[in-house]
Write a protein that binds this ligand. Structure first.
Ligand code: AHR
Ligand code: AHR
Length: 520
């Protein structure tokens, strides 16, 4: 005990050296996914004779012995990258390491590592049949802090896919090809989806193009109505088998595929020679339902299958980029997992204890208050977000401004139309109309009641990016905050392809002081 440093700071340092030593020992002793102390999903699949050949998660280790990197983040300030590992073997991600590395700037998820040892990492998806919005036609990367949750009480981050975001690996090893059998599961946010094509995780074309029916076998989640549908109005877990999302044996409707309503959802697809299944359940409790199990679809081209073995996340096989969703963890197996194995995986998922956590921070923005939103950049501290008809810009407003301008620069704070934890801003002089983005620019439009409008008009208050006031993160594009640029107002990312995404002054331009409204 005499060697124990007395000051808490030194003591912490000594403990972290001990912890680092333990980690190194853990890596040497437990190098690889076997001999797990605790059974995690891939240990369960291995015990069932259908081992994982890809295992992806930004929230936790999927093998009891896994101590390697879960994912990599890249920060905007200097382009540096950092790998995020579990807190302990088989444990939850070290989100605090991300928070510290990304403090004062923004981070994107650049790599989602394959924990299976097959090297099947997911990285920024390249252009294919469709072109992505980032440089050279690549898809966008997800914001590293966009999908906070807790897992077993520890903070962790999921992968928030906005339309345009996608990850892929076209050069895999060990993934099923042709008609070979495989299983897939994913834990998703059951409340984050849309009707675009296609929020997928799983097997797809190695060319990023549509090479024909049966060339994919991926989990799909959403309410895209063009191909298959299930019971109710969706969202549904379906199989993306290429040129078709299948909810059962028929193209079109299969009423056995239930609408999903769980915040955390377990989704499973498996397929082998003339056999496949859809299963799903609440990832927080209870057992799986089987939504379909039987022969291959009766449409032409899906029996036998022609799987190619690439892996996609958040996009369609041909790099369709219209969909959205949130991914926490998922795997692909070699072989057709038994229902008993899948049931054990579901038990493991529910025991992991996913839970929601706050998605806002910073000064309170009080529902019902009339506010004005003042710019904080040195150029512009007398400017406020104002509208004239549908157009939005920052305007200089003073006590001697006209009452018309004062009202144009004032907003009634509402609970967020898409998420009540966030906020929407209703025009004081045009009740029923709200600040919303469209094509990443802000407008004031009447609420049309659509899900898209609600999302476009919802902003989540955070501590100001510069440290002053609040930033307002777009609900459906959380890599983007409300930002003024040349006095126009956008949702802008901290660096990116649009002029208004310029990293210069981004933090100040994206930080606003919420004042008492000029008018109410
Ligand atoms: O099968 C549905 C979609 O159709 C696929 O994801 C895509 O490749 C094609 O556009
Ligand atoms: O602003 C980005 C998107 O552009 C909005 O979500 C949509 O309304 C428009 O297509």
């Amino acid at each position: 005990m005499s060697a124990q440093p007395r000051s808490p700071r030194l003591r912490r340092a000594a403990l972290s050296v001990i912890a680092a030593g333990a980690l190194v020992t853990g890596v040497l002793v437990n190098a690889g996914p076997s001999q797990a102390a605790t059974s995690q999903p891939c240990d369960i699949y291995a015990a069932g004779g259908t081992p994982c050949v890809a295992a992806h998660s930004t929230t936790r280790a999927l093998y009891g012995a896994y101590t390697g990197s879960l994912y990599q983040v890249k920060r905007a300030s200097d382009g540096a990258t950092s790998n995020i590992a579990p807190l302990s073997a088989g444990g939850v991600a070290n989100a605090a390491a991300q928070d510290s590395f990304c403090s004062g700037t923004t981070c994107l998820i650049t790599v989602i590592y394959d924990q299976s040892g097959h090297g099947n990492n997911l990285t920024q998806a390249p252009p294919g049949g469709f072109t992505g919005p980032d440089v050279n036609g690549y898809d966008n990367l997800a914001g590293a802090a966009a999908a906070p949750v807790t897992v077993g009480g520890h903070k962790a981050y999921g992968v928030f896919v906005s339309p345009g975001t996608g990850y892929r690996n076209n050069h895999t090893s060990g993934i099923a090809t042709g008609d070979a059998a495989e299983g897939e599961y994913a834990v998703l946010d059951g409340t984050h989806y849309n009707g675009g094509c296609c929020f997928d995780y799983g097997n797809a074309e190695t060319s990023s193009t549509d090479t024909g029916n049966g060339h994919m076998e991926a989990i799909y989640f959403g309410n895209a109505p063009f191909w298959g549908t299930g019971a109710g109005s969706g969202p549904w877990i379906m199989a993306d088998l290429e040129n078709g999302l299948f909810s059962g044996v028929n193209s079109g409707n299969n009423s056995g595929d239930a609408t999903i309503a769980s915040r955390f959802t377990t989704a499973m697809i498996k397929g082998g020679p003339n056999l496949w299944a859809i299963r799903g359940g609440n990832a927080q409790s209870g057992s799986l339902s089987t939504f379909y199990s039987g022969v291959r679809p009766n449409a032409s081209g899906y029996n036998p299958m022609h799987k190619e073995g690439a892996i996609i996340l958040g996009i369609g096989g041909d790099n369709s980029i219209s969909a959205q969703g949130t991914f926490y963890e998922g795997v692909m197996t070699s072989g057709y997992p038994s229902a008993a194995t899948e049931n054990s995986v579901q038990s493991n998922v529910t025991a992991a204890a996913y839970a929601t956590t706050s998605i806002t921070s910073g000064p309170a923005v009080t529902v019902g208050a009339a506010v004005s939103l003042r710019a904080t950049t040195a150029c512009c501290t007398t400017r406020y977000i104002a509208h004239s008809g549908t157009a939005v810009a920052t305007q200089v407003v003073t006590s001697s401004s006209t009452s018309t301008l004062k009202a144009q620069a004032s907003w009634t704070v509402r609970a967020g139309l898409a998420n009540s934890s966030c906020r929407s801003f209703e025009s004081v002089d045009t009740p029923g109309s709200y600040l919303r983005h469209s094509n990443f620019q802000l407008y004031v439009n009447a609420n049309d009641g659509s899900s898209l409008f609600a999302q476009d008009a919802t902003f989540c208050p955070q501590t100001g990016a510069s440290g002053t006031g609040n930033s307002f993160v777009s609900y459906n594009y959380p890599t983007r905050d409300i930002r003024h640029y040349n006095n126009s107002v956008y949702i802008a990312s901290n660096g990116g392809t649009h002029t208004f995404d310029s990293a210069t002054l981004w933090s100040a331009d994206a930080s606003w002081v919420v004042t008492t409204g000029w008018s109410s």
